[in-house]
Design a protein around this ligand. Structure first.
Ligand SMILES: *[C@@H]1O[C@H](CO)[C@@H](O)[C@H](O)[C@H]1NC(C)=O
Ligand SMILES: *[C@@H]1O[C@H](CO)[C@@H](O)[C@H](O)[C@H]1NC(C)=O
Ligand SMILES: *[C@@H]1O[C@H](CO)[C@@H](O)[C@H](O)[C@H]1NC(C)=O
Ligand SMILES: *[C@@H]1O[C@H](CO)[C@@H](O)[C@H](O)[C@H]1NC(C)=O
Ligand SMILES: *[C@@H]1O[C@H](CO)[C@@H](O)[C@H](O)[C@H]1NC(C)=O
Ligand SMILES: *[C@@H]1O[C@H](CO)[C@@H](O)[C@H](O)[C@H]1NC(C)=O
Ligand SMILES: *[C@@H]1O[C@H](CO)[C@@H](O)[C@H](O)[C@H]1NC(C)=O
Ligand SMILES: *[C@@H]1O[C@H](CO)[C@@H](O)[C@H](O)[C@H]1NC(C)=O
Ligand SMILES: *[C@@H]1O[C@H](CO)[C@@H](O)[C@H](O)[C@H]1NC(C)=O
Ligand SMILES: *[C@@H]1O[C@H](CO)[C@@H](O)[C@H](O)[C@H]1NC(C)=O
Ligand SMILES: CC(=O)N[C@H]1CO[C@H](CO)[C@@H](O)[C@@H]1O
Length: 622
């Protein structure tokens, strides 16, 4: 062993120094694309054979080829496939090819590149790698800039069951996110999410990382999490790559850009002019899934619309599941009575696979669908682009299910049946606000205030205006938690026996559909708004929370609007909400998959438009 090897060992393992020195990986640029090399050496190769190609470079990029015969034609077609299918791969990796076993040649011509061939005994999954002059092989992870500010922190797995902050940066004034080559992974029955890139709302604990809950004082007050939240762990166990923690409005309360977002900035909605609100609280998950081609799925939470709102306004798939479908251990509570874990994605098939991995034993994918559709406040005339889209979609689903669609009015039916003396909108007006404040105050606010005061000489931490106003109202209101829970149960038992009734053959007797309240409506983030108030009222979006039934958002198209930002016609997404009886989540996922197969629903695209794609407006021309 030469001097360099001895030194290298001592430095990397800290065996002789008093402070341990460990590698946190490397960053390099190949062409103009930045890469991160995680510190783990995945194989060792005898580099004597390739001294010639190193020159003075500390690393050389190479491609491991998964080929049995190593014919030129086969290697060329594999390389072509890698270039097409993987965003991490690029031509720069074709300078050298690694072949397991023997090769009868030392170079090969692939289109206009002459690739050096080297061999070894190590078996590597196919794809791009970097080889160090010491013969150590590192994976290639591409670095992307979080241009839409969707992440709070970018992360990397430590290789045990914990995570660290990614020690890498790139241009863009936000975090750099690292994603591994898609070529390394093969989906299997045990690892159905192998290589699937997922972002996690920053209210879910991940072992080794701090959680912010959207509050800066909280982030620094508490140590890194010692546990990973159950839904996140289920995704990891299924093979998902966790790329980062994502922006949440504070303590998962609804905040509207920009004044409400004091501690952190809201993420940026990529659609249209790029200055529309993302909706909240899963702001980062909605914006990131819609903005980034390289991000597959995001995990949000939905208490009163926090997955559905961001999905609607960003034109992606998003689900509020039946209440209780996923355990919420090590997740911040807004209202345990209403809290749920939901997923967002451009791709309904991947979305379903992630749901299966996350809800596990609690979801069953039945494929007998209801033949009754009930619609809420559906248009009857195609008098606008948005209404035409809604009518077409209803006609398509009706024919797909060979069903009949009937207009339904929940409030009117409630009144007609004399369930309560007062109208539904009055009866449940305060219920949501009582539940989220009176449940969150003792679970989150009180221990936080006490811990912060103990550490900071009795001081209060900073709280954004929205949670502060809500908690203040919750403390003063005379309606009790018990009364709110009773009202919720009254509504639920009526809803599950009158509106969405379980069915032995089709799980749910009906499919309920409603259009997002604001088809194509703008919510500019540069507008000055009023003082925050608790979210009073009762509307279609509240039915699922109060009845515990699932409510899934599907994107169906887009409508034009004249942007006051660009002075130009831009397009905003149109989405529809689909509901079925409690516990029928699997049937609804299967139905959506069927509608996708039939071409009625489409995979959403990333970028300025979910229909035509295109770079987010402010980055055009890069
Ligand atoms: C190596 O030899 C095999 C058969 O012996 C042949 O099919 C293949 O084309 C050769 N590979 C190259 C790169 O010449
Ligand atoms: C090889 O040729 C293709 C098109 O013929 C070109 O796009 C590419 O940049 C070339 N690659 C290199 C490494 O010169
Ligand atoms: C399934 O639901 C039960 C009851 O709500 C819960 O205890 C369990 O943790 C859930 N399973 C998963 C994978 O979250
Ligand atoms: C739909 O309505 C038509 C006419 O009212 C009726 O003939 C048909 O049986 C209904 N179909 C279903 C699936 O209920
Ligand atoms: C539903 O009924 C309520 C109360 O009867 C009424 O105020 C509301 O306008 C109706 N909604 C629709 C869409 O017709
Ligand atoms: C509801 O109450 C009204 C007035 O008290 C009565 O006329 C009506 O029959 C009741 N309807 C039902 C469905 O009980
Ligand atoms: C709901 O409560 C708010 C606040 O007390 C009140 O201003 C509003 O009028 C109520 N709405 C209904 C429909 O009762
Ligand atoms: C709650 O009540 C107290 C005492 O009446 C009052 O000082 C305070 O402003 C109220 N807070 C809110 C948010 O209404
Ligand atoms: C209907 O709601 C009631 C009241 O919350 C609940 O006890 C019951 O289990 C529900 N039934 C179904 C089938 O969901
Ligand atoms: C945009 O404004 C122009 C001029 O006022 C109008 O003719 C056009 O219909 C508007 N387009 C949309 C999509 O609102
Ligand atoms: C995929 C599909 O069936 N699309 C149809 C939806 O409805 C419109 C209008 O009825 C048809 O034009 C589409 O072909």
């Amino acid at each position: 062993m030469g001097l360099c090897s001895v030194l290298g060992t001592a430095l990397l393992f800290g065996s002789t120094a008093s402070a341990a020195l460990s590698s946190t990986g490397f960053t390099v640029e190949l062409g103009d694309i930045p890469y991160f090399l995680p510190p783990k050496v995945v194989a060792t190769i005898d580099v004597a054979q390739c001294k010639a190609i190193f020159g003075l470079a500390p690393f050389i990029p190479f491609t491991a080829v998964n080929s049995n015969t190593y014919s030129v034609a086969e290697i060329s077609s594999a390389a072509k496939k890698y270039l097409e299918e993987d965003d991490v791969f690029q031509e720069g990796f074709l300078e050298a090819l690694y072949i397991h076993g023997n090769s009868n040649t030392t170079s090969i011509q692939i289109s206009n590149t002459t690739a050096s061939i080297f061999t070894g005994t190590a078996v590597l999954p196919p794809g791009p790698y970097f080889l160090s002059a010491l013969g150590q092989v590192y994976e290639a992870w591409r670095l992307y800039s979080d241009t839409n500010g969707a992440f709070t922190e970018s992360v990397i797995a430590n290789g045990d069951d914990s995570y660290s902050v990614l020690p890498a940066g790139t241009v863009g004034q936000h975090s750099a996110l690292a994603v591994p080559s898609r070529l390394y992974y093969e989906k299997t029955e045990e690892k159905p999410l192998a290589g699937v890139r997922i972002g996690i709302k920053d209210i879910y604990d991940i072992k080794g990382l701090r959680t912010s809950n959207g509050n800066r004082a909280w982030y620094w007050l508490y140590p890194p999490a010692e546990n990973t939240a159950t839904p996140v762990q289920s995704l990891i166990d299924a093979g998902a790559i966790i790329v980062g923690k994502m922006v949440t409005s504070q303590f998962a309360n609804g905040e509207v850009a920009t004044a409400d977002w004091v501690d952190y900035h809201e993420a940026f909605n990529p659609r249209g002019d790029g200055y529309q609100d993302t909706s909240s609280s899963s702001s980062g998950g909605g914006a990131g899934a819609a903005a980034y081609e390289w991000l597959d799925v995001t995990l949000g939470s939905d208490t009163g619309g926090s997955v559905r709102g961001p999905s609607q306004v960003q034109g992606i798939y998003g689900n509020r599941p039946s209440h209780g479908l996923a355990s919420l251990e090590h997740v911040m509570a807004l209202s345990p009575t209403l809290d749920t874990a939901g997923l967002m994605s451009k791709d309904p098939i991947l979305w379903k696979a992630a749901a299966q991995a996350m809800y596990k034993e609690n979801i069953t994918f039945s494929t007998s669908f209801p033949s009754k559709i009930i619609t809420l406040a559906w248009p009857t005339e195609a008098d606008t682009v948005g209404n035409a889209l809604l009518l077409d979609f209803l006609a398509n689903v009706t024919s797909f299910l060979k069903a009949n669609a009937t207009a339904f009015n929940v409030s009117e039916t409630w009144s007609r049946q004399n369930i309560t003396a007062e109208p539904l909108e009055s009866y449940l007006n305060l219920t949501y606000s009582v539940l989220i404040t009176k449940e969150q105050i003792p679970l989150v606010r009180d221990p936080f205030y006490a811990d912060y005061a103990a550490k900071h000489d009795g001081r209060l931490p900073f709280i954004d205006p929205v949670p502060l106003a809500r908690w203040g109202w919750g403390e003063n209101t005379t309606e009790t938690l018990e009364s709110a829970r009773t009202k919720k149960a009254t509504f639920m038992s009526w809803f599950n026996s009158t509106v969405l009734v379980p069915s032995p053959s089709t799980c749910s007797d009906s499919l309920l559909m409603y259009g997002s309240s604001s088809v194509g409506a703008t919510t500019y983030r540069n507008k000055y708004r009023s003082e925050p108030a608790p979210p009073f009222g009762f509307r279609a979006g509240t039915y699922s929370g109060m009845s515990e039934a699932p409510d899934f958002v599907v994107p169906i198209g887009e409508v034009p609007y004249n942007s006051t930002i660009t002075g130009h016609v831009e397009y905003l997404p149109v989405a529809v909400d689909l509901m079925v009886a409690k516990g029928c989540d699997g049937m609804l996922f299967s139905l959506i998959e069927g509608l996708h197969e039939a071409g009625i629903l489409k995979t959403a695209l990333a970028g300025q438009s979910g229909i035509t794609g295109g770079e987010v407006l402010f980055r055009r021309g890069m």
